[in-house]
Write a protein that binds this ligand. Structure first.
Ligand code: SF4
Length: 90
């Protein structure tokens, strides 16, 4: 991601990453609330996005229960639209 942004790894870690509860995060509500989204809601580092972004929403904790999925749907409009499409097929 540092390459995609044209900065060094050290600068990336110093300016783009925070440590929260032992996790290194590039996006938190207080740090980078829009992460790397541009004005059109496109990821500006899409080709270099982290593994968590590449695998979303195929995270076990999202699919472990109906309640977990309902909670996640409240946070992600894209996932909400996909769930509505699946529900419409039933
Ligand atoms: S895809 Fe990942 S890196 Fe890109 S804006 Fe979304 S959360 Fe950030």
């Amino acid at each position: 991601m540092a390459d995609a942004l044209g900065i060094s790894v050290t600068e990336f870690l110093d300016t783009m990453v925070v440590r929260v509860n032992g996790w290194e995060m590039i996006s938190t509500p207080n740090h980078r609330p829009l992460c790397f989204l541009d004005e059109a809601n496109r990821c500006t580092v899409y080709n270099e996005r982290p593994l968590a972004c590449r695998t979303y929403p195929n995270w076990p904790e999202i699919w472990e229960s109906d309640e977990a999925l309902k909670n996640e749907v409240t946070r992600c409009p894209g996932l909400a639209a996909a769930v509505r499409q699946v529900e419409a097929l039933k």
